[in-house]
Ligand binder design. Sequence first.
Ligand SMILES: NC(=O)c1ccc[n+]([C@@H]2O[C@H](COP(=O)([O-])OP(=O)(O)OC[C@H]3O[C@@H](n4cnc5c(N)ncnc54)[C@H](OP(=O)(O)O)[C@@H]3O)[C@@H](O)[C@H]2O)c1
Length: 283
Amino acid sequence: MSKFLVIGSTGNVGGALVTELLERGHQVRALVRDASRAELLPTGIDIAVGDLNDAESLTAAATGVDGVFFMQLEPVPAQAENMIKAARTTGVRKIVVLSSIGTVLEPLPMIGAGIAARDQVFRDSGLDITYLRTNTLMPNALWWLDTIRAEGRVYDASDPGKTVPVDTYDIARVAALALTRDGHAGHAYIINGPQALTAREQVEILADVLGRPIEFVPLTPEQLAQRSIEQGTPAEFAGAVQNLNELFRAGRAGVISDDVTNLTGIAPRTFRQWCEEHADSFR
Ligand SMILES: NC(=O)c1ccc[n+]([C@@H]2O[C@H](COP(=O)([O-])OP(=O)(O)OC[C@H]3O[C@@H](n4cnc5c(N)ncnc54)[C@H](OP(=O)(O)O)[C@@H]3O)[C@@H](O)[C@H]2O)c1
């Protein structure tokens, strides 16, 4: 039985990976910033209290594990360097990094450029790294929750461009494979769902599953950025999202890869399945 350190275990992707590894009979150590967050996690796993900004806590967390799943909220290079230092100190060679399709879009979006620079820090480490270049996450639909509840509307600036949203369960399946099997070091996989969908189509599917109408309100990327700045989003971040929406709108992230099926032998889950499983969150 192998043991793996999962960063972001209380989040969407890390949480799905904890479940996946346990179901495969592996041991899990979860890094949490706040010990009380461990209550959210399944029983029977090891908890390491630490922070990506604290290299010593990562060294303690990585001691005795066979591999690490690494994710960040923002691609701060110093956090990646802390993880690499901890891996070198503890002799861990295998790291699976949550990356993004944004790192390979043309032209490179601002957000993708930051993640690509972070990935380069891992590439330069010489460790055995696997990169999961995920398309948009299906749980992003939860970002619509407030306006659906308050107004029955979704405001979006990517229409008519398509993305290929992926269930975190499918990211977790590939992450578990890359951690537990040999032969994935140095590979970068494109992780997406089975269908390219516009945001409008996603909203139609969600409305159908919920059994009530949701109005889709298309905005320009600039209008959406302005709206989010008025609601308190820092201008720099709103500008980066505007830049990303311009690429989405142009259809740059709508390309479907077969990597999930080819690697795992099972097709990824549909957006409709995700909506059915999470319908209660929207009620
Ligand atoms: N959204 C998309 O469409 C998309 C597309 C491509 C790639 N991605 C990647 O996916 C990531 C988001 O993944 P997600 O949805 O699983 O995130 P999430 O649900 O927001 O979870 C974030 C996790 O990171 C932990 N965390 C945050 N800062 C930390 C720190 N300094 N030290 C240790 N742990 C820390 C949080 O722990 P606490 O419990 O302590 O808060 C939480 O477990 C993005 O950052 C991006 O890299 C997203």
